[in-house]
Ligand binder design. Structure first.
Ligand code: ATP
Length: 299
């Protein structure tokens, strides 16, 4: 009998993994209507992550044949470090995230995680290892507990509570009439932008991935909520390899390294103070965004 159940169990796991992957992708890239273009190579092994390093090696990519978006991009994210990608609109920042999640394959060059080419491993195992905190999270018409555990039926209640605590949404949930069983979404309780983000953070924590891809919130959060969310994200990403795609510079000034992308090429890289001293594109962008910044700035 077990022989019958094992494949079924496996199928369930594959289904949940794929579903979770699709939800993360859809949420981050709003590409739910796009076709998935990549396939696993036959007999592909699973990605095994011991040291979660990420490396782009001469990556050339365009969505269309005659329009190259990334022109031979190379960079490394050491295990456990926090790297931010900034640059003008259309520079290719989100494209980097889509390639890392293997929504597309590069035309040439390689993307490596812990030394393994992501095009050569299963997509399910790749996506298991990357947690995405998107700018706009998708919530389901279900309980808040379900929304946190989504795609992981095996998640233990303690695990869900722990994730909610780390995402700083536990006190809010405990005040709800039915706690974790409170219905949210269209038919239930409406959550604010900040609460939705915290649910997304908790969902990522249940998954407990070694690599985080943060897509900065552009949705209008008031600046206090935003500062609080940033603090939570900082805590959550502390021991994880983190790639943050940032539209505003004030949110990533404390990154270990900032990559400044311009028209699909790496224009500059360094710490916030290196880049200010260099007086290049980053320093210009920083000066231009000065008016939008709150009075207290990160150093
Ligand atoms: P922003 O800061 O405005 O979000 P970005 O740096 O994240 O910009 P990308 O979203 O990576 O930029 O887009 C880079 C380029 O690729 C843009 O010129 C964009 O028009 C193009 N592009 C993005 N997605 C697609 C797609 N699905 N098909 C064709 N071209 C695309």
């Amino acid at each position: 009998l077990m022989q019958l159940f094992r494949p079924l169990d496996m199928l369930g796991w594959v289904y949940r993994t794929i579903r979770q992957g699709i939800i993360d992708m859809a949420a981050m890239f709003r590409l739910i209507d796009s076709e998935v273009e990549v396939e696993d190579v036959p007999g592909a092994p699973a990605l095994i992550v011991n040291r979660p390093t990420v490396a782009f090696e001469n990556v050339v990519f365009g969505y269309e044949k005659d329009r190259t978006i990334l022109h031979g991009l190379s960079f490394e994210v050491p295990a456990g470090s926090h790297v931010a990608i900034v640059g003008p609109s259309g520079a290719g920042k989100s494209t980097i995230g889509r390639l890392l999640f293997r929504f597309y394959d590069p035309q040439s060059g390689r993307i490596l995680i812990d030394g393994q080419d992501i095009a050569q491993v299963t997509q399910a195992s790749l996506r298991e290892n990357i947690g995405i905190v998107p700018q706009d999270s998708v919530l389901f018409n279900d309980s808040i507990g379900y929304n946190i555990a989504y795609g992981r039926r095996e998640a233990e209640h303690d695990n869900i509570v722990g994730a909610a605590r780390s995402a700083a949404i536990l006190p809010f949930i405990e005040r709800l009439p039915d706690g974790f069983d409170t219905e949210v979404g269209e038919r239930g309780l409406k959550l604010s932008g900040g609460e939705k983000q915290r649910v997304a953070i908790a969902r990522t924590l249940v998954k407990d991935p070694p690599i985080l891809l943060l897509d900065e919130a552009t949705s209008a959060l008031d600046s206090r909520t935003e500062q609080e969310i940033l603090q939570t994200l900082r805590r959550v990403s502390e021991h994880r390899t983190t790639l943050a795609i940032a539209h505003r510079l004030s949110t990533i000034a404390d990154a270990d390294r900032i990559l400044v992308l311009d028209q699909g090429r790496l224009a500059e890289s360094g710490t916030h103070s290196d880049l200010l001293r260099a007086g290049g594109l980053y320093a210009d962008m920083w000066a231009r965004q000065a008016e939008d910044r709150p009075a207290v700035e990160p150093v």
